[in-house]
Design a protein around this ligand. Structure first.
Ligand code: PLP
Length: 375
């Protein structure tokens, strides 16, 4: 098998599975319980929080666990709007956010919010100047992702944060694809809310975290219920997922530079190998080490993905979340339809080896030779 879809999700290392198994079978108590078994589960949750906070460079109290990145994005957006309800109901975001942000702000738009969608240039980049120029007096929230999940573009969140000083708008960044892939700390970013998700870095699915810091105050919970997570996120804590998230973060941090250099080397090698295929075009800047998008214009990406899948080479047609449709990211970049419809994304992890990329390049070249363009 050649798994080249780490931006969609990642395999869980045995140590992570082990940490989860222990939490499920031995430390299975409810963290709210008063007896010893409960205390052990509570300790696991707090150790996990400490681990994520250390990787983010913030205080543990600034990290709340969520069920996924999608929840973190929705929560941050709604919490920022609530906190700034007297400032107004204008939101600035980009046209290339993940649907966890875009669909949330679209719903808010239907409910009366005004939204400005900053468009990227043809390379997929957005400047801080564009974002700051969209600010209005009634802007309550700016939400700009750190790393785009389709193009690997890295957005200037730090510069946007600096430009927001003196403006009441709160800043949220979806760092699901950026966390432990591009260097940053909560302090260096300067965002008030930062969304994370475990399953992009060797952790389990179904667990994420939201950093709540900066100018965020009295953050309104998304859910109502019990008093877990200091009253911020009710629901019995997902102890095993948290233990797995923490173990994945710990493993990644222990080899951070090595793993990121390895992924960047994979990306660069893939660029060299694929670059030899006639007509193949790279899409986007691939700033992040783990993401590379390319197109065979005229060859529908769905066909390429399924043909490769028959050879156990797993890649994705754009973002895994947009199956079948031409991606909103490519449309916003102005990529012409034929090229957009032929675009696929490959993404790398610590386990990727040269042989995976060789198999990919050979299969893509063969696909181009054996099939007629259909678009
Ligand atoms: N944001 C980005 C940029 C993503 O790539 C993803 C997942 O693909 C998400 C948010 C959603 O994360 P989750 O799958 O944990 O809900």
């Amino acid at each position: 098998m050649h798994y080249l879809d780490h931006a969609a999700t990642t395999p869980v290392p045995p140590q992570v599975a082990q940490a989860m198994a222990e939490a499920l079978t031995e430390n299975f108590g409810n963290p709210s319980a008063q007896y010893e078994l409960g205390r052990k589960a509570r300790d696991l949750v707090e150790q996990g929080r400490g681990c994520v906070a250390a990787a983010l460079g913030c205080r543990p109290a600034q990290v709340a666990f969520t069920s996924c990145g999608t929840e973190g994005d929705n929560w941050a957006i709604l919490a920022a709007l609530h906190q700034n309800r007297r400032t107004g109901r204008h939101i600035v975001t980009t046209a290339v956010e993940h649907s966890a942000v875009l669909q949330c702000v679209k719903r808010l738009e239907q409910e009366g919010c005004a939204v400005t969608y900053v468009r990227p240039d043809s390379a997929g980049r957005v400047t801080a100047g564009q974002v700051l120029a969209a600010l209005r007096e009634d802007t309550a929230l700016v939400s700009v992702m750190l790393v785009n999940n389709e193009t690997g573009a890295r957005f200037p969140v730090e510069e946007i944060a600096a430009g927001l000083r003196g403006h009441p708008a709160l800043l949220h960044t979806d760092a699901v694809q950026g966390f432990l892939k591009v260097p940053f700390t909560a302090g260096s970013l300067g965002a008030d809310f930062v969304t994370l998700s475990a399953h992009k870095l060797g952790g389990p699915k179904g667990i994420g975290a939201l950093y709540i810091g900066g100018r965020a105050r009295n953050t309104r919970p998304l859910l109502v219920g019990g008093g877990q997570e200091s009253g911020l996120r009710p629901g019995t804590e997902a102890v095993a997922q948290i233990a797995g998230f923490a173990k994945a973060v710990e493993l990644r941090c222990a080899r951070l530079e090595e793993v990121n250099a390895h992924m960047a080397a994979c990306r660069d090698y893939a660029r060299r190998r694929l670059g030899d295929i006639p007509g193949l075009q790279f899409i986007g800047p691939a700033d992040a080490p783990h993401i590379l998008s390319f197109s065979l214009p005229g060859y529908p990406s769905q066909n390429l993905v399924s043909e490769l899948s028959g050879r156990e080479i797993y890649i994705s047609a754009g973002s895994a979340c947009h199956r079948g449709k031409v991606s909103h990211v490519l449309s916003a970049m102005g990529v012409e339809r034929r090229t957009a419809a032929g675009t696929v994304r490959v993404s790398f992890g610590p386990e990727t080896v040269r042989g995976d990329i060789d198999a990919l390049a050979e299969a893509v070249a063969e696909h181009r030779e054996m099939r007629f363009p259909m678009l």
